[in-house]
Design a protein. Structure first.
Lengths: 262, 390
């Protein structure tokens, strides 16, 4: 059997995963540019270089993410909701619920035992509860977005943000900076605001255990912890691969099924 | 596909309406399905349901309405302020919901700042009660008689029982033909696309009846004689929710691989009641027909009846899933969609809730992703749809 690939063109990052015999052999994450086709090509080129092969060695490729229709080298496209569900259940077979927080959206997904979609909800046209919210707050705090999670874990007295709106929360963060509140307390407040927003959506779907989190924001331990605390449920951590790659992994798994059938 | 129906569904400025005006006809705009159009037809006028399609900016709408208001009345106000409704001789605003009721005040106020924005001859407010029986029905009937009187006084026309009966009879023909089209949409495999059917449904609201009936009959005959069904669809979907004349939404759903087989939305086919009686007191018959309890969530206490009607139509159309759309800040459908989601899923009808703005789709990518995911969710075989118990 030849290799298969999944490519996930998101709003902030583009991801590619190459698999062989249902094992990840290469993966890449690049920043999404204005042209989805070019971003997809860049991510795929990186993954192919890692795998030491060319596009002709890929038997089947499934595209996903907002830019999926622009991927020139894919065989078919699927929604990222199906792909995140598929990838999450491959990594955590007991998963029945998936919370995926990407750059510009948040999805809550319920799965059956076979990994098929049962129900899902997504956020509406609003940056609140998405990776963009964290990016904006990190910028105001003058730290890297990756630092938000670790810093928050050191907090002893988290601030409360009065608004979940990205614009108003920004003003709130500036207020706390001016009041000389420690950065770790503000980070914890930011993560809690984010988690509150996501928990509202998740509760609407009546999530079943086990729950796991995918997408770039799953790398922020502060948000994961806050979300678990607010929902009163344990969130299983994905350890095998970068959680940001789960959509592309799911796409590669679908590609693997198609390649086997063909 | 009829080009006349298609054009009528996609534009505000219509050739048949211009020709009607050139012949000295009077055109009256209205805003809600609780306005009996037969009254205007009986007076020889052309009633046109106002639309906010192709609105590119809401600078006028936003200036007179608050920020947390549905974009549909804002789009109507915008079009009025931009002069898109210059062809109107008069307009009737009615109390469909609170935001639509306030269109009366906002339009009047806006016309103080934008001279000529109000229809030149007549601008009328029709109140509509929220219950369909007893004193509410009597009161609605009295409002309809008052509306007739106002039209007669303003335009010097005489609306007789006979002319009302004729108008009722003609609109009943339209209802019968639309019922036939709805039945054709129930066939599996599908023989008519949702886009084509929705064009025909929207066009009903804006075309002169004779032209419309001719085109509709032609479409129905053509659909009946089609040798090939609609190709390439994966699932049959039904649309519910807020007012919708958004062909782009239906097109996008169908481009994702579904066929839209029915809808209960304003501009679509909502009232599946029996025909209006064309004998006896016509005003009483029209009042009883139009003030239906189950046709819109604005009517108080009729959710169980609506659920039975909606689930019945879903079953009849053999829809495999329901897209429940609502315009942001639409309290009526936003709330009802929550109940419908709960109750339809109890009947094993999968649902997808979409909140959107009225008009141009600014969130196409996100919407497409949700529709794709919903279709992927439906790919699993589903048990047949049940009907709610009445």
């Amino acid at each position: 059997m030849r290799m298969v690939a999944g490519c996930d063109v998101g709003s902030l990052a583009t991801k590619a995963v190459i698999m062989e015999r249902r094992r990840v052999v290469a993966a890449a994450i690049v920043r999404s540019g204005p042209k989805p086709a070019a971003s997809a090509q860049a991510a795929m080129d990186q993954a192919l270089a890692q795998a030491g092969c060319g596009l002709s060695d890929i038997a089947y490729c499934v595209g996903t993410g907002y830019g999926r229709e622009k991927i020139s080298f894919m065989n078919e496209s699927l929604s990222e909701i199906s792909c995140h569900g598929k990838g999450a259940q491959f990594l955590v077979p007991s998963a029945r619920s998936v919370i995926d927080i990407g750059g510009q959206d948040c999805k809550v997904i319920r799965l059956d035992a076979k990994g098929s979609l049962v129900k899902f909800v997504t956020n509406d046209k609003c940056a609140s509860g998405t990776g963009r919210f964290l990016e904006v707050m990190a910028k105001v705090l003058n730290i890297a977005v990756a630092e938000l999670g670790e810093l928050a874990l050191k907090s002893r007295d988290p601030v409360t943000l009065a608004s979940m709106c990205t614009v108003w929360a920004q003003a709130d963060v500036i207020k706390h900076i001016n009041a000389r509140r420690p950065a770790e307390d503000i980070c914890a407040g930011v993560n809690a605001a984010m988690a509150n927003r996501v928990a509202m959506m998740a509760n609407a779907l009546q999530l079943e255990n086990d729950i796991c989190m995918t997408g770039g924001v799953a790398k922020n331990k502060g948000v994961v912890q806050a979300l678990g605390r607010i929902m009163g449920k344990r969130i299983k951590e994905i350890r095998q691969i970068d959680p940001q790659l789960v959509g592309a992994l799911g796409a590669a798994l679908f590609a693997s099924e198609k390649a086997t059938k063909n | 596909m009829s080009s006349i129906l298609s054009q009528a569904a996609r534009s505000i400025d219509l050739d048949p309406v211009r020709k009607f005006k050139e012949k000295g006809g009077t055109v009256i705009g209205y805003t809600c399905s609780f306005v009996p159009v037969e009254i205007f037809h009986a007076a020889g006028m052309l009633p046109i349901r106002l639309r906010g399609i192709n609105t590119e900016s809401l600078n006028i709408g936003d200036a007179y309405y608050g920020p947390f208001v549905c974009t549909f009345p804002k789009a109507l106000l915008q079009q009025a302020g931009q002069g898109s409704f210059k062809f109107l001789d008069g307009a009737v605003i009615s109390a469909g919901c609170d935001a639509m009721r306030r269109l009366d005040e906002c339009w009047r106020k806006m016309s103080e700042d934008v001279p000529g924005a109000l229809p030149p001859s007549w601008f009328y407010y029709l109140d509509v009660p929220h219950k369909p029986q007893g004193v509410a029905l009597e009161w609605y009937q009295s409002r309809i008689r008052k509306l007739i009187q106002a039209l007669e006084e303003k335009f010097g026309v005489h609306i007789t029982d006979e002319s009302l009966h004729l108008a009722i009879s003609k609109q009943n023909k339209v209802r019968t033909a639309l019922g036939e089209l709805a039945e054709l949409r129930c066939l599996e495999p599908a023989v008519v696309s949702g886009t084509e059917a929705f064009e025909a449904l929207i066009a009903r609201n804006v075309l002169p009846t004779d032209i419309y009936l001719e085109e509709l009959d032609r479409l129905i005959e053509e659909v009946k004689s089609r040798a090939e069904p609609v190709s390439g669809y994966r699932k049959r979907l039904f649309i519910t929710g807020s007012i919708c004349d958004d062909l782009e939404l239906v097109e996008q759903i169908e481009a994702a691989g579904a066929v839209v087989v029915g809808e209960t939305v304003c501009y679509g086919l909502r009232n599946t009641s029996p025909l209006v009686s064309d004998t006896g007191d016509p005003v009483a018959a029209l009042s009883a027909f139009y003030l239906s309890g189950s046709v819109c969530p604005r009517m108080f206490g009729y959710y169980p009846t609506r659920l039975v009607a909606i689930s019945g139509r879903i079953k009849r159309t053999q829809a495999q899933g329901v897209i429940m759309q609502n315009i942001r800040f639409c309290d009526l459908h936003g709330s009802e969609n929550g109940l419908l989601e709960r109750d339809l899923e109890k009947l094993d009808v999968p649902t997808l809730r979409i909140e959107k703005e009225y008009g141009a789709l600014t969130e196409k990518g996100r919407l497409r992703m949700r529709i794709d995911a919903f279709l992927e969710q439906l790919e699993k075989s589903r048990p047949p749809v049940q009907e709610a118990e009445g």
